[in-house]
Design a protein around this ligand. Structure first.
Ligand SMILES: Nc1ncnc2c1ncn2[C@@H]1O[C@H](COP(=O)(O)OP(=O)(O)OP(=O)(O)O)[C@@H](O)[C@H]1O
Ligand SMILES: [Mg+2]
Length: 336
């Protein structure tokens, strides 16, 4: 098993400013020392409450944000060994701090599809130009070659020649998202982030988009990081699932394993909210006390302890590390 991306203690903070002169008074600790890997050609689902840092982690991974600390190893071919001790001299690029031409040359391999295509597609551009733009900007090709590639990718995502000379507003929500997918895939990327890509369309369209993602993954050997609030979608599409809480990954395991054996008390609460078809079922909804704390001043020790039903003394003082407590099942919790 090899990885396409691997991060070590990744940190991304946003400054909080105040007053007339915008003096910095603190940091939003959106991503706080996250160590995570994404396997070649898998779909890694990423879940967690709103504001826990999912989008920030995703954008930092593909260097749309510059991390404040930590390392990101990226290999478009997905040859990063599955060991936490990678050194940059192993021939794998460490991309946390690279800039300029070096960073631009990597862009084509890492793409993102956002939740809302109405805001992510430029309303004044024709579809043919929207989809061709990454090819032109990244200097991959232009002219007739770019046009041919636009048509080819549009057909792959279920659109066609008749859509080339139209503007985004002439399409339905589902079709717009297909345009956004074509634009993300036209550079032939290896790693694609899907940030709630189906939450702005209705249920019937959702299923066809999910099919499209699966189909494109097979055809193009894609690796996905799939962010969603909808746990049934995450279950259907993910090989593994990572659970985030307040800037941290608190649990990571294979999909079946985490659904059958959620170990972190936060994961247990999150998954207990899924409706069960069988009314006799014993699963009880776990209601967490309190609101998620602010990421500006996260609790000392385990960040989850003020809301945890099992909090012990140690949880208030020592931050638990993410460790393997069952085969390939990582959890950050003092209970284990
Ligand atoms: N550009 C930014 N500037 C300042 N703070 C930000 C910025 N982007 C995100 N944040 C803050 O960082 C934290 C994490 O936000 P993020 O968007 O990553 O969460 P999320 O898990 O994707 O949430 P959602 O599920 O609502 O999309 C939040 O407290 C948010 O307010
Ligand atoms: Mg988000």
């Amino acid at each position: 098993m090899t990885n396409i991306i691997y991060t070590k203690d990744l940190v991304k903070y946003f400054p909080v400013k105040s007053g007339l002169f915008g003096r910095k008074i603190g940091d939003v600790k959106a991503v706080d020392r996250v160590t995570i890997s994404v396997r070649k050609e898998e779909t890694l689902g990423l879940v967690g409450e709103s504001g826990c840092g999912k989008t920030t982690l995703a954008k930092t991974l593909i260097r749309l944000y510059k991390p404040d600390a930590g390392q990101i190893f990226f290999d478009p071919e997905g040859k990063i060994p599955d060991t936490p001790l990678i050194q940059s001299h192993d021939g794998i690029l460490e991309i946390a701090k690279i800039e300029g031409a070096k960073l631009r040359s990597l862009r084509r391999f890492m793409q993102i599809v956002y939740q809302n295509p109405t805001t992510s597609l430029n309303p004044r551009m024709l579809v043919k130009d929207i989809v061709a733009e990454p090819l032109i900007v990244q200097g991959i090709c232009k002219g007739a070659e770019a046009e041919a590639r636009v048509l080819e990718i549009l057909e792959k995502v279920g659109l066609g020649r008749e859509h080339l000379y139209r503007y985004p507003h002439e399409f339905s929500g589902g079709q717009k998202q297909r345009i956004a997918i074509a634009r993300a895939l036209i550079t032939n990327p290896s790693f694609v982030i899907l940030d709630e890509p189906t939450s702005s369309v209705d249920v019937s369209v959702r299923a066809s988009l999910l099919e499209l993602f699966k189909e494109m993954q097979k055809k193009m050997n894609l690796t996905y990081l799939f962010i969603s609030h909808d746990l049934s979608i995450i279950e259907a599409i993910s090989d593994r699932i990572a659970v985030m809480y307040l800037g941290k990954v608190v649990e990571l395991a294979e999909t079946k394993e985490i659904f059958n054996n959620p170990l972190h008390p936060y994961t247990q609460a999150l998954f207990s909210a899924i409706p069960v078809p069988d009314p006799e079922s014993k699963r009880k909804r776990i209601l967490l006390p309190g609101e998620p704390p602010s990421p500006v001043n996260p609790p000392i020790g385990c960040r989850f302890h003020p809301r945890c039903l099992y909090a012990m003394e140690i949880c208030k003082q020592v931050e638990p590390k993410l460790v393997e407590v069952r085969p390939k099942h990582l959890v950050a919790c003092h209970l284990y």
